[in-house]
Design a protein around this ligand. Structure first.
Ligand SMILES: Cc1ncc(COP(=O)(O)O)c(C=O)c1O
Length: 301
């Protein structure tokens, strides 16, 4: 199965749970998401080898949708269904359409760190009632319809409890407010840091609106005078959590034997990228503290 290279391991792990093998596709610099041109090259090569992937897991990175117009066009040319990994992108839009509408199905995460959280769990959505029925069946240990416990397939305990679902429904009402707060945080950081030499922000692609789940910067050490790890450690010393961006899947030991199509975009983003504290509870004072520490790291002359 095709999979975005720059993502959290969960996207690729799900492929392996099914007994399939991931093929990783690099990002482009404009969106940081899966590069459509590389996808086209890979599917063309797969078709020539006579073995097309069963599906493509396309990730909406850090709250920004991938570029679905070309991706959907390329995948439908080869009849490869898309599974949208919108774990990070609840509330984001692509050409005005909500994330999660572009594949045959999509998943969202309600993990503790996400924009909408039930402390754990998530949601699978699809327009296809058969997929939903099958997902419900598998998520509850694949119990066949019978008066006793009968199983003709292996199932999973992947159900979201009623209690957590109720928490999620409550939070849903505040989604717009949370996206607005995340975007305010992003604007604050941009205004405070954009003028520093060697600092760039994850670009917001022209085609959509990011939910800015996390605000992410790139630090070019030759211009900034310190690298992303130095900034990470300086924040850590003040008990402020920041994180390097996802380490690309093709560089992970566990996926070292998988195919990778691309160059060094995702690796470059990993080398220079830092996710800044972006919690919706943050006050202006909190943001100012983060900004001051980053500014103090700048040793540009
Ligand atoms: C891109 C991506 N996919 C999948 C997941 C997995 O979500 P969960 O933790 O709800 O299983 C995450 C969560 O961090 C993610 O960022």
């Amino acid at each position: 199965m095709i999979c975005s290279d720059l993502t959290f391991a969960a996207s690729a792990n799900a492929i392996v749970y099914c007994g399939a093998t991931p093929i990783f596709i690099d990002s482009n610099h404009e969106t940081w998401n899966l590069a459509p041109q590389l996808l086209a090259l890979e599917l063309d090569a797969c078709a020539k080898r006579g073995k097309l992937p069963k599906a493509a897991v396309v990730v909406d990175l850090y709250g920004q949708c991938a570029d679905y117009n070309p991706i959907v066009e390329i995948c439908s040319r080869y009849s490869v269904p898309i599974i949208e990994d919108s774990a990070e992108a609840f509330g984001a839009t692509y050409n005005g359409v909500q994330a999660g509408r572009f594949g045959v199905m999509a998943v969202f995460s309600f993990n503790g760190n996400k924009i909408l959280t039930t402390s754990g769990g998530g949601m699978l959505v699809s327009d296809n009632p058969h997929y939903i029925e099958q997902a419900r069946f598998l998520s509850q240990q694949a119990r066949d319809p019978a008066p006793h416990y009968e199983h003709s397939q292996i199932g999973y305990n992947y159900r979201l409890s009623n209690l957590l679902a109720a928490i999620g429904r409550g939070q849903l009402e505040r989604l717009d407010e949370k996206v607005a707060k995340k975007r305010t945080i992003n604007t604050f950081y941009r205004e405070a840091l954009s003028d520093l030499p060697g600092i760039e922000f994850m670009p917001e692609a022209y085609y959509g609106k990011s939910n800015y789940w996390l605000t992410v910067i790139l630090i070019t050490p030759e211009k900034f005078g310190a690298d992303r790890e130095e900034v990470h450690l300086a924040l850590d010393e003040e008990n402020i959590e920041s994180r390097p961006i996802w380490k690309p899947m093709h560089l992970q030991p566990v996926f070292k034997d998988c195919r990778f199509r691309g160059g060094s975009v995702s690796k470059d983003l990993f080398d220079r990228g830092l996710c800044l504290p972006s919690g919706t509870q943050m006050t202006e004072e909190d943001l100012e503290r983060v900004v001051k520490i980053i500014k103090d790291c700048c040793k540009a002359t």
